[in-house]
Design a protein. Sequence first.
Length: 302
Amino acid sequence: MGETTVKSLDNRTTPSSPIVADGRLSRLRTRVPRRPTIWFEILLIAVSYWTYSLIRNAVPEQKAQALRNADWIWRAEESMGLAFEHTVNHAVNSVTWLIVGMNYYYATLHFVVTIGVLVWLYRWQPGRYAAFRTVLFATTGVALVGYYLYPLAPPRLMNGQDFIDTVLVHHTWGSMASGNLKHVSNQYAAMPSMHIGWSLWCGITIFLLAKAPWARILGLLYPTATLVVIVATANHFWLDAVGGMVCLGFGFAVSYFWYGSRPHRLPKLVEPVEPVGAVVRGGPVAEAEREGDLERPVDSRR
């Protein structure tokens, strides 16, 4: 009574301490990643993004303060000798096909790649999906605090600095805060940059989990390219990118606290608990278990 048995590959059981089973272990078991349900995940992501957009756009714009903060950021970068946004913005704007491509990159890949990585995790890494999704959600949630506490105008809206709003100049849609779309989005929520937060999440996830070297290289290149794009289109300072990195670090910390492990260290696959005495004899799940990619089920006997 009160003992916990762990089923191993040779179908033997090993008793563990009832104190551990009834104490910390029983609590930690509730945080073991479970197989995600597709409709729940779709609904969760949709509702979460809608809530995020609603709160972000409901934050008071505070234009005057946002412009003062932008001036402070610009002076801080100049004092470090790293105020290169203006040079990059004008240089890339002189190459029409390049800047137009960056406008569309800014508008689309932020969502397309992030959703693609979530789908890849769901399909091929279900045991790690929830932990990585938690990282993304926590990162996005803490960013809202930054938008509220530190309103910041993007470079293209600064006074007297001659930044080019590339979306308006080239008549492309590439920013929710430009053209006709600016009335439905908070233009002064530039710090932190979630383009960097999300792209770096994608890049790290791909780099840690992908097996193909080319995929891991692309994972590293994606946030790098995104940094160039947000600067070239004058939508962010590079310090906004630093803010996005800090938020991502917070997201990983939340996931580690909740699951007790770094997301990529969790089992790749999660198998439903089998009845006591059942033996998994073959198939991809059994193979994954032998390779250490599968969480071995733990059953309690009372």
